[in-house]
Write a protein that binds this ligand. Sequence first.
Ligand code: NAD
Length: 315
Amino acid sequence: MSSISSVTLLGSGVLGGQIAWHSAFKGKNVVVYDIAEDALTHCREAHQQYAAIYAGSLGASETDIAATHGRLTFTTDIADAVRGADLVIEAVPEIPDVKTVVFKEIADLLPEHTLVATNSSTLLPSTFAEATGRPEKFCALHFGNGIWAMNFAEIMAHALTARSTLTQITEFAIEIGMMPIPVRKEQNGYVVNTWTLALSNAAQTLVTNGISTPEDVDRSFMKFGFPIGPFGMLDQVNMKTAFDILAYWGEVRDDRQMTANAQWIKENLIDKGRHGAQSGAGYYTWPEPAFMAPDFLAIPDISKVPEIVSLLLPS
Ligand code: NAD
C-alpha cells in the first residue's frame, strides 16, 4: 500500500477536477488549487455532475458521495494547498512556461517527502524536473478524460526519477482503480496521446481543408464499431487544451498543417464561445450531441441524394 493519503491538484479544470473527484471517491484527502476562484466554482459544479455519474454508472451510494465531498477542499492559496500533500499532481494548462512557473512556485513550499507528478498530455517530465527542485521525486502520471471509465494511468519516468517514487506512484494509481501503463522511455504523448494526437490532427485536417465535416468524419470512424469519433472525443478534451497542444506541436515540429488546425479551432470554436462539452458546445451541441442520436449512423433516405451530390461539386 502506498503512503499517499493526501493529494493536491494544481489546476481545477477538466482533468484536475476529475482526478480530484476520483481520488477523493477512492478515499484520498484532496486539496484542489487554482489561481482563479471562478475555476474552483466551475470545478465544484463539475463535481455535482460527477456525483450523478458515479451514483448512476458506478453504483455509488449517497453515503459514498457525501464522503467524497467531505474529503475535498478548495483553495486559491498555493502554500495552504501543498502544505500537507504526500503527492502533488500538476494539471495546469498545456503551456510549458505556465507549468514551469507553477513547479518553481511550489518547490520551496513542499514538505521533504512530497512526490510531484505532471498530468501533461504531451510534454516530457525531463523538461520540468529541475524546476521542481526534487527531480528524484518527480515523474509523469497521466490520466484519461472520463477517468471513471477511462481508468488508465500512464506512468513515465525521466532519467533521475527514483525507483521508490515510481513504486509509490504506481501503488497510488492501482489504489485509485487505474490500470497502470508504464511508458518505458520518455515519449511525447506517452502511449495514448501518441495515437490520439495523430488521429485528432488527421481528423481536423479533413475539416480545416474543407474535405469533410466533423459529423461525417465521426460517422466514418464510428462505422468501425467505436462508440465515439475523433470530434466527439475532442469536445470532451475541451477546445483550449486541443488548441494549446496543436499550436505548440505545430510550432515545435514546424508543421504548418497542424498550426492551421489549431487556428481553425480558435477561430471557429473558441472565439465563438464553443469551448467543448463542459461549456455546452464545441463541434457538437451538448449534452445531447448529434452523434449520440439513434439515427446518426442510419442510411439516409433516397430523397437526400441531390443534397449529397451538391456537396460533391464545386460551389
Ligand atoms: P483546463 O483548461 O480545463 O484547466 C486548467 C486549469 O488550470 C484552469 O482551471 C486554470 O484556471 C488553471 N490554471 C491556469 N494557470 C494556473 C496556475 N498558474 N496555477 C494554477 N492553476 C492554473 O485544462 P485541462 O484540459 O484540465 O488540462 C490540464 C492538463 O491536463 C494539461 O496539461 C492537459 O494536457 C492535461 N490533460 C488534459 C486532458 C483533457 O482531456 N482535457 C486529458 C489528459 C491530460
